[in-house]
Design a protein around this ligand. Structure first.
Ligand code: GDP
Length: 298
């Protein structure tokens, strides 16, 4: 998922750690290379710049400890800052607030981002790993195929799906889902909202009114990780209008450069909760910043 960046950085760090004493110029050169590597991974310029400034500040401010070489010390600072940039700590990885039943989870995102597939993946995960009773409902009244797709995914995962009632609007469906979840003793219900190809006001207004009715405990934004900085822009827009509690990045199995994952938290302040790594319904991983940083730095 971060092969290109990882390769670039390991080249920089190899050179750095092989040297004994390091001059400020050596460190500056290495950090310039790190910056280029981040930009090539599609991290936005302000985020990359801020990152380098922080590393630089720590690298010059720190006394060299005897146990490590100056090069190793710089690598450690980069590692720590990378983890901080990805989210700080691991507390929110894969965690969903689903403790007070029936807990509504609102799934939002653009059409084609992988929203419906991710809805089913999360439902499956909550059922199998946490023993929750889960209900899914499609609110995409404009696309009958999307509603049917959720029904099929329900059959494949063994998760219950709210029956389709023709002619109902998304708000009526959200109300019916809540009623069914309450009466049926479900722990969690996921509302798969309609997506559009681009953000438009009608879509936002619809999702907003569903949110007001459903009062979700989690609002998860599904974005295509392959779209890099666009994914971050989509997140900023959705968060500004709807308010999201977490992000799921999809298509992280593709040859994307990982920039979306790297700058999501720094730009939006929202945690990435999961990354989706394929079409199969098990292809969902918790997003652990420290582990991802470790993977990037090899
Ligand atoms: P939606 O329009 O946002 O609901 O998108 P869908 O859930 O229908 O997904 C669109 C396509 O992307 C489908 O063919 C999915 O199988 C595929 N897809 C979803 N998530 C992933 C992923 O993480 N990796 C890959 N490679 N494909 C995915």
């Amino acid at each position: 998922m971060f092969e290109g960046l990882s390769e670039r950085l390991s080249g920089v760090f190899d050179r750095l750690t092989r040297q004994g004493a390091l001059s400020e110029a050596d460190v500056a050169t290495a950090l310039r290379e790190v910056r280029v590597a981040l930009l090539e991974a599609d991290v936005s310029l302000p985020v990359a710049r801020d990152f380098i400034a922080k590393v630089q500040e720590k690298a010059t401010g720190q006394a060299v400890t005897k146990s490590v070489t100056p090069g190793q010390q710089v690598v450690k600072i980069v590692n720590d800052e990378l983890t901080a940039m990805l989210a700080g700590d691991d507390a929110e990885a894969g965690r969903l607030r689903v403790d007070s039943p029936p807990a509504p989870i609102l799934m939002v995102g653009l059409q084609g981002s992988g929203k419906t597939t991710t809805t089913a993946k999360i439902a499956k995960r909550l059922t199998e790993r946490e023993g929750k009773r889960v209900l899914m409902a499609s609110l995409d009244v404009n696309r009958p195929a999307a509603m049917e797709q959720l029904g099929i995914l329900g059959m494949r995962t063994g998760v219950d799906v709210l029956p389709i009632v023709k002619g109902q609007d998304p708000i009526a469906i959200a109300r019916r889902a809540k009623q069914q979840a309450t009466m049926g003793g479900y722990d969690v219900y996921l509302l798969d909202t309609a997506g559009r190809l681009h953000i438009d006001q009608e879509l936002m207004a619809q999702v907003e009114s569903v949110r007001d009715v459903a009062k979700p405990h989690e609002t998860l934004l599904v974005v295509d990780g392959l779209t890099g900085q666009d994914a971050v822009n989509v997140a900023t827009e959705f968060d500004g209008r709807i308010g999201v509690t977490g992000v799921v990045l999809t298509r992280m199995d593709g040859d994307g450069r990982g920039g979306a994952a790297l700058s999501m938290r720094a730009v939006t302040g929202k945690p990435i909760k999961f990354v989706a790594t394929g079409e199969k319904l098990d292809a969902l991983e918790e997003f652990h910043p420290a582990r991802i940083a470790g993977r990037i730095l090899g």
